[in-house]
Design a protein around this ligand. Structure first.
Ligand code: MF3
Ligand code: CO
Ligand code: CO
Length: 286
């Protein structure tokens, strides 16, 4: 019988570090552990951090300009112009055929809404704008909710707030290294369900940094101590999509991108890019 090879490899001729030992211990217990290529160097983390500053700057800039009467294409133009003015590239543009520079997802749209000139923002809409910036080859990915006109009904406001709390709870779970992706998802789903909401299962957070989407998948539901072990040097997103009604979603057949809730009740999402360190996660893009 073939001998099972460790996923985590200690470079031959070197003493295993503290981190090597923690990882090998979890691997011996049958847990999913990262491969070495998922561990970023300090220089790579700094590059992702710089991309993150621009990505965060875009979402800050949008806070003061999103208002009733503007179109989602107006938002896209602002994102595109800001990104290029800062010497960077919007990752969505041309990504697997995506035609715009960001995703704009209003009310019952869960994610991957395509900005267009016909979609006009109305007071009380809740909209997620999701941006990913490439700078010097490094990727940072974050998204926020905006309440158009500053006020919405109590149910949608609660959805926006609980989705934010879900992201913060995920971050809190990562206040130390050597937690599992399933620990994040379990805590997030618990909080969503306690508030009478559901968690989208078909889309997840992800590793990020040297590419748009890397390993691991970061599900926003699941069981503790399942999924991949998160160790110092890993860069990943948490981006819970929280629904008012059913967790089930469908993809709009007309554009093959727009993800909509099955019951067409609203959905909300917030996303940060994080780096795991020896003392827990730091935010690289928000
Ligand atoms: N930014 C999204 C995410 O959080 C991915 C968008 S893919 C696109 O993973 F092509 F629609 F931009
Ligand atoms: Co993402
Ligand atoms: Co994103």
């Amino acid at each position: 019988m073939a001998k099972k090879r460790n996923h985590w490899i200690v470079p031959p001729g070197t003493e295993p570090t503290e981190m090597d030992l923690r990882i090998l211990e979890e691997e011996a217990r049958g847990k999913i552990v990262p491969t070495r290529d998922l561990i970023k160097t300090p220089a790579q983390i700094e590059g992702i951090r710089r991309a993150g500053v621009i990505n965060t700057g875009i979402l800050d800039m949008l806070t003061d300009v999103i208002r009733p009467g503007m179109t989602t294409l107006d938002i896209d133009t602002l994102v595109y112009d800001y990104t290029l003015a800062h010497g960077a590239t919007p990752a969505p543009l041309g990504y697997e055929g995506f035609p715009r520079s960001c995703c704009t997802s209003i009310n019952e749209v869960v994610c991957h809404g395509i900005p267009n000139e016909f979609e006009v923002l109305e007071a009380g809409d809740i909209i997620n704008v999701d941006c990913t910036t490439i700078l010097d080859g490094y990727y940072a990915d974050s998204s926020r909710m905006y309440v158009v006109g500053g006020h919405t009904d109590a149910r949608r406001q609660k959805l926006v707030d609980v989705a934010w709390q879900c992201l913060k709870i995920g971050e809190e779970v990562c206040s130390k290294p050597y937690v599992f992706v399933g620990d994040i998802g379990n805590a997030i789903a618990r909080h969503a369900h306690q508030n009478g909401f559901s968690v989208v299962r078909d889309l997840s957070g992800h590793g990020v940094g040297l590419a748009f989407h890397e390993e691991p998948d970061v599900d926003h539901y699941g069981h503790r101590r399942t999924g991949m072990l998160l160790v110092p040097g890993m860069v990943f997103t948490i981006e819970p999509m929280i629904n008012m009604g059913t967790w089930q979603v469908f993809v709009d057949e007309d554009d093959d991108w727009t993800v909509v809730t099955e019951d067409e009740l609203p959905s909300a999402q917030w996303e940060h890019t994080f780096v795991m360190t020896d003392h827990g996660v730091e935010v690289l893009a928000h």
